[in-house]
Design a protein around this ligand. Structure first.
Ligand SMILES: [Zn+2]
Length: 331
């Protein structure tokens, strides 16, 4: 009998993960997962064709495929944020050999993983009062600040995409007001992502150092700055790095709290993306949760909301496999 597989992908600006999965419920089982350098290929269908041609999984038929992509997903196609590609469903259908292909926003794809992640893939910052029938939210901090809302209906969580990282950033302190004034003079508008993201850490560090830090290499790659700031801060070796990192952790908590009061996620706030697992000691030391809950008159509510960090760095691929499984089950 021919094995009917699921194909899932997580397409990023630098690397792309493709995987073949069995259609096990509720969480598809990985059979072969491979990492590709995105721009080594002219387009996503070429990458898919090579993967299916060379996979070690015993398959010759893909039942359904789903791809999480960093960008705005429209009807039948997506325009990517960090890759000069337009991804079209029709050409992916041809490459994967199935008419069942879905494109979803990468953060929405990660949100589809939340219902199937197990305890070892999460670090709980606040247990709260978990409600299995509650809504949930995903706040993904990496290069940018992605968000997705998950509504509980008919016995399951239904993710919806969001561009909430582009909401206006709300200053809470005199120091943050000064930050907003400086960033507004540079960028015209200060959205949340200008502060709470990898680029946000760079902006915060430039603010607290009045320029650059002496500890950074002279030819530092801007994408490496967040790691320099957090390591200097956690070691306590540069006071301006300490302040930038403190401001980041507290603003992250405050922004997550804003999302929580807007959505009342009794099922939990999930912190995803590349940054949270790298700064766990800082997220655990109380500053994040103090900023998260300090929203009177809603302190009591926010203390009951569970807060977890997603530790699985392939959660986006897991979520895409869940989307593919659901697509395969449609009549
Ligand atoms: Zn410094």
């Amino acid at each position: 009998m021919v094995m009917r597989m699921l194909l899932a992908g997580d397409l990023g600006g630098t690397k792309t993960l493709l995987g073949l999965f069995s259609s096990r419920r509720p969480r598809p089982e990985p059979l072969d997962i491979r990492e590709f350098v995105t721009l080594d290929y002219p387009d996503l269908p070429s990458m898919v064709r090579e993967f299916l041609r060379t996979t070690t999984a015993d398959t010759d038929a893909v039942r359904a495929a789903a791809f999480g992509v960093a960008g705005l997903v429209g009807e039948g196609e997506a325009v990517l944020t960090n890759v000069p590609w337009r991804v079209e469903v029709a050409s992916l259908e041809a490459a994967a050999g199935t008419p069942r292909v879905a494109l979803v926003n990468d953060v929405e794809a990660m949100a589809w993983s939340i219902a199937v992640l197990d305890g070892t893939e999460l670090e709980t910052l606040q247990a709260g009062t978990a409600d299995a029938d509650g809504n949930a939210v995903l706040v993904s901090a990496g290069t940018g600040l992605g968000q997705a809302f998950l509504y509980y209906r008919d016995g399951r969580l239904w993710p919806t995409p969001s561009e909430g990282g582009h909401c206006d950033f709300a200053a809470r302190t005199a120091r943050e007001l000064a930050l907003v004034a400086e960033l507004a003079s540079r960028f015209g508008r200060v959205d949340v992502e200008r502060v709470v993201s990898g680029q946000g850490i760079v902006n915060l560090a430039e603010f607290t150092h009045r320029g650059r830090c002496d500890a950074w290499p002279t030819d530092v790659d801007p994408t490496d700055v967040p790691a320099y700031v957090s390591s200097q801060a956690m070691a306590g070796t540069c006071q301006a790095c300490v302040e930038a990192f403190d401001m980041f952790v507290e603003a992250f908590g405050a922004v997550a709290g804003n999302i929580a009061v807007q959505t009342i996620p009794r099922g939990g706030v999930f912190l995803g993306g590349g940054i949270p697992p790298k700064i766990l000691p800082a997220l655990r030391d109380g500053r994040f949760l103090r900023a998260f809950t300090a929203k009177p008159p809603m302190v009591g509510l926010l203390e009951t909301v569970p807060v977890h960090v997603i530790l699985n760095d392939r959660a986006g691929l897991v979520g895409a496999s869940v989307v593919a499984r659901r697509l395969a089950e449609e009549r």
